[in-house]
Write a protein that binds this ligand. Structure first.
Ligand SMILES: N[C@@H](CCC(=O)N[C@@H](CS)C(=O)NCC(=O)O)C(=O)O
Length: 198
């Protein structure tokens, strides 16, 4: 398998964490990719020019990160991250919430790097508010362990906030979430996928 990859992407991190948790890390070749430069090889795998994108052994192109993670859950023999039965939809909703936090935080980071006008300032404030609402929901019911895709996604979203928005600490206002993240911080799926120093 080939994974179009960027070490700073929280969505790529989620896929890498799944690869580790599923025992599949050795089966993937990482292709370092600047998605914003729209290289042809990435476009052939994902016309949206986003990472992560996965090419399977059969040459099938798979994106985006929730689909790649679900694909990985179907190969290998480790415990599944996508539960069956009644636990499935809650795990998917938590993944959607965490992915939405990442979308908002990534969009805010991109917007903040551009010349600021009233529209961009309003856009960034809207993304920030979405993150704050998402954190409040997660604080009410933090994940447990790293047992499912929702938990993995939340860890990656919080890691991205620490990586890109360290000047806006979230732990004090979300102590249960902070305690949960500390409890999984030494998992290889977390330590070995940490983003580079900002
Ligand atoms: N929904 C996508 C989001 C992926 C995404 O936004 N990736 C960013 C990097 S963090 C990207 O490739 N951006 C390039 C671009 O928007 O042109 C997923 O879950 O994989």
């Amino acid at each position: 398998m080939k994974l179009f990859y960027s070490p700073s992407s929280p969505f790529v991190r989620k896929v890498m964490a799944c690869l580790i948790l599923r025992g599949l890390e050795g089966q993937v070749e990482l292709v370092s990719t600047n998605a914003h430069a729209s290289p042809g090889a990435l476009l052939a795998a994902n016309p949206l020019s986003k990472v992560p994108a996965l090419l399977t052994e059969d040459g099938a192109a798979i994106y985006d990160s929730p689909v790649i993670c679900e694909y990985l859950d179907g190969i290998g023999s480790a415990a599944p991250l996508f539960p069956a039965g009644p636990a499935r939809i809650p795990a998917l909703v938590t993944q959607a919430l965490a992915d939405g936090l990442m979308d908002a935080a990534v969009a805010r980071r991109m917007s903040d790097q551009l010349p600021q006008d009233e529209g961009r300032i309003a856009f960034s404030a809207r993304q920030k508010a979405a993150v704050e609402r998402g954190l409040a929901v997660l604080e009410q019911a933090p994940p447990q362990g790293l047992a499912d895709i929702g938990a993995v996604a939340v860890a990656c979203a919080l890691g991205y906030l620490d990586f890109r928005f360290a000047q806006e600490p979230w732990r004090e206002a979300h102590p249960k979430l902070a305690a949960w993240l500390a409890s999984v911080a030494e998992s290889p799926a977390i330590t070995r996928t940490a983003p580079p120093a900002a």
